[in-house]
Design a protein around this ligand. Sequence first.
Ligand SMILES: [Zn+2]
Length: 93
Amino acid sequence: MKEFPQIVKNKKTVYTVKQVFLDFIEFDELWRREREKSQIYKGFSCFNCEKKFIDGEKMSVLVTDKRNKVACKKCGEKLLEQALKAKSKEEEI
Ligand SMILES: [Zn+2]
């Protein structure tokens, strides 16, 4: 069977992280159960590195220019540091 030619385009989306709340929400059964009902929700892993959350793990909340996202502690700390640097630079000007 001959297949039709395909054109693949990956849409790139850039999220600007405005603020980070470290260890903001705990990932648990309730969080998972509530959101498993939703077909669209994808907050079961870190938005940045895609590491899956485990029960009892603290998630960091990222305030971006395109809605809030959840991240693991490692990414949360890294993004917070970068956001603070950007903020202090902004204040210097
Ligand atoms: Zn991560």
